[in-house]
Design a binder for this molecule. Structure first.
Ligand code: G3P
Length: 217
C-alpha cells in the first residue's frame, strides 16, 4: 500500500519523505487554511521535492469553473492530481480533465455507488472518507472493502485512496483490505511505529544492558 501524507505542512512532509514514507501528498481547502499559505505557492513547493501525485483541490462548484481551476492547478507541476468533489458537476469535470491526460482525485466519497460513478467517469483516484463515516456511526472500513470488491468485479483501474484515516486500525485494515493508497496525517503515520510491547521490551533491555557495565562505543 502506498502512503500519501495528508497535509500542506512542508516540514512534516520533508521529515517523512526523508524516511521513504511518502509516495504522494493530499491537500484540501481545510489543510491549506491550516498551513496559512497561498495554495499555488505551497503546492509548488511540495511538488519541488515530491515526485509522486500531489492532490490540489478545486473550490468551484460548477463543472466549467472546476475545469478551469483544475487546469490552472495542473500547470503547477506534472505530478498534480486535480481533486474534485463527488458531485454531478465534479464527475463532469473529472471526465474532461482525465480526457486531457490529467490525474484526477475524486474526493468526499461516502458510498459504493459514488465510487462506481467516479470509476466510470475515469477517475485516477477515489477518496472514500473512513473517519467521517465512523463519526456518524457507520463503518468506514466496510466502504473500503465494498469498493475494493466492486472495482475488482469489473476490473476498474481507478485507485482506492483511503482517506480520513485517523487510527492505527484504519491503517492496518486498509492494507489488509487492499486499498491501493492510504492518505493519513503525519501523526498517524508516525504512530504506526508504536507498540506497547516494543516500549516494554526496550525498557527491559536498557535495564539489563546497564547491569552488564559494557559499552559499544
Ligand atoms: O483526505 C481527506 C482528509 O483530510 C479528511 O480527514 O480527518 O478531516 O476527516 P478528516
Amino acid at each position: 500500500m502506498r502512503f500519501f501524507v495528508d497535509t500542506a505542512d512542508v516540514d512534516a512532509i520533508r521529515e517523512l519523505n526523508d524516511l521513504g514514507m511518502v509516495d504522494g501528498v493530499t491537500t484540501n481547502p481545510s489543510l491549506i487554511l491550516k498551513s496559512g499559505r497561498d495554495i499555488l505557492e505551497v503546492t509548488k513547493e511540495i511538488c519541488s521535492f515530491i515526485s509522486g501525485p500531489v492532490s490540489a483541490e478545486v473550490v468551484a462548484l460548477k463543472a466549467d469553473e472546476m475545469i478551469a481551476e483544475g487546469r490552472k492547478l495542473a500547470e503547477i507541476a506534472e505530478n498534480i492530481a486535480v481533486k474534485v468533489p463527488l458531485t454531478w458537476d465534479g464527475l463532469k469535470a473529472c471526465k474532461v480533465l482525465t480526457g486531457e491526460g490529467r490525474m484526477v482525485n475524486v474526493t468526499l466519497c461516502f458510498s459504493t455507488n459514488q465510487a462506481l460513478l467516479a470509476a466510470k467517469a475515469g477517475a485516477t483516484f477515489i477518496s472514500p472518507f473512513i473517519g467521517r463515516l465512523d463519526d456518524i456511526n457507520l463503518d468506514g472500513l466496510e466502504l473500503i472493502s465494498d469498493i475494493r470488491q466492486v472495482y475488482d468485479n469489473y476490473g476498474f483501474e481507478t485507485q482506492i485512496l483511503a482517506a480520513s484515516v485517523r487510527t492505527l486500525n484504519h491503517a492496518s485494515q486498509c492494507a489488509l483490505i487492499g486499498a491501493d493508497v492510504m492518505t493519513a496525517p503525519p501523526s498517524v503515520i508516525k504512530a504506526m511505529a508504536n507498540h506497547v510491547l516494543t516500549d516494554k521490551g526496550l525498557e527491559q533491555f536498557m535495564k539489563d544492558w546497564a547491569k552488564t557495565g559494557q559499552k559499544i562505543l
